[in-house]
Design a protein around this ligand. Structure first.
Ligand SMILES: Cc1cc2nc3c(=O)[nH]c(=O)nc-3n(C[C@H](O)[C@H](O)[C@H](O)COP(=O)(O)OP(=O)(O)OC[C@H]3O[C@@H](n4cnc5c(N)ncnc54)[C@H](O)[C@@H]3O)c2cc1C
Length: 288
């Protein structure tokens, strides 16, 4: 008896509209491919082979990367290393640079994209906490209509995103924070490099006359999606000292409600959050 093997088509549209039409045509059987550093590993775990891989790298608009009037726009086919080559971005946002440099090795960063990290919607996506505190918007298109969605409303759960069947993510955008802001990024894993994060943290803070003016903290790898720490309004207007740091640490640890999994217990994660928040805020005090 002849066994028919299902082939996966490899397609490379040159227009956004064409890519969206292909996605609509293949439905759940069609997968966009950017760097492929998540997708190609995932293929082995899928019950069914995809009918089509739709490579988006030949669509010129998706390679757009601009900083204009403090607005940063990063296209879906822009790789991590292309972002790291931008001195302005790295100077203005060293904490985002640190987050990106922590992802994989040089070879992975040569292929992989920031948008792929978002679309993959893993709780351990290391760029995500930084994008949450920057209040990044995810911009989608079906070739005709565009949507702009706050990142926390776009990532709905583990590998669940707010994307329609005929849409792709075209780019992300966010405003550069004012110079008064200081950002930090930290992550810990079971080893120092090439490891899935156990906890990651991004923090943005600004002071006004030595009092806390604004503060945002996001935690990764502690829940199905990144946790935007709420309740920090309570410390606005207070001086940044060891007493307020203890208050912030308690708010972050209570907010996170960390998970137990194979990489670490909830208790370990809670202790890690405590240490990471404390260390990040003390670094800021040392700089002032
Ligand atoms: C050795 C190794 C080390 C790694 N280390 C880390 C690490 O330290 N931290 C970390 O966070 N990640 C890590 N990763 C995972 C991966 O590199 C990142 O998540 C990366 O950002 C994915 O980007 P990509 O362009 O390769 O995405 P792809 O693999 O091309 O795509 C990922 C998913 O997003 C979808 N997609 C891609 N682009 C779009 C679009 N424009 N619109 C809609 N859907 C889209 C794809 O269909 C797929 O489902 C590692 C991977 C490897 C292989």
């Amino acid at each position: 008896m002849e066994v028919k093997s299902e082939r996966t088509e490899y397609l490379f549209p040159k227009l956004i509209d064409e890519a969206c039409k292909l996605k609509e045509k293949f439905g759940a059987g069609g997968r966009f491919l950017a760097g492929g550093t998540d997708l190609l590993l995932l293929l082995d775990q899928l019950n069914e082979k995809p009918k089509a891989l739709i490579d988006i790298n030949r669509i010129p608009e998706l390679k757009t990367f601009t900083i204009s009037d403090s607005l940063v726009t990063i296209g879906a086919a822009v790789t991590y290393n292309e972002i790291l080559e931008n001195n302005e971005l790295c100077q203005q946002l060293p904490f985002l640079e640190k987050a990106i440099r922590s992802i994989g090795g040089v070879q992975v960063r040569n292929m992989a994209t920031l948008v792929g990290n978002i679309a993959n919607a893993s709780p351990a996506g290391d760029s995500l906490p930084a994008l949450y505190v920057l209040k990044a918007k995810v911009c989608t298109t079906d070739g005709t209509n565009q949507r702009e969605i706050a990142i926390e409303d776009f990532i709905l759960g583990v590998r669940k995103i707010n994307l329609k069947p005929n849409e792709l993510i075209s780019h992300i955008k966010f405003k550069l924070p004012k110079p008064a802001f200081h950002g930090e990024f930290e992550k810990i894993g079971l080893r120092k490099a090439m490891a899935i994060s156990l906890v990651s943290l991004a923090l943005l803070i600004s002071l006004d006359e030595l009092k806390i003016d604004e503060i945002y903290i996001a935690l990764g790898s502690v829940a199905p999606t990144v946790v935007n720490v709420g309740g920090l309004d309570a410390i606005i207007g207070k001086p940044l000292n060891q007493k307020t740091i203890a208050e912030i640490v308690a708010i972050a640890a209570n907010n996170a409600k960390p998970i137990d999994d194979v990489r670490g217990s909830a208790e370990y994660r809670r202790m890690a959050i405590t240490g990471m928040v404390k260390r990040s805020l003390n670094k800021f005090i040392d700089k002032n």
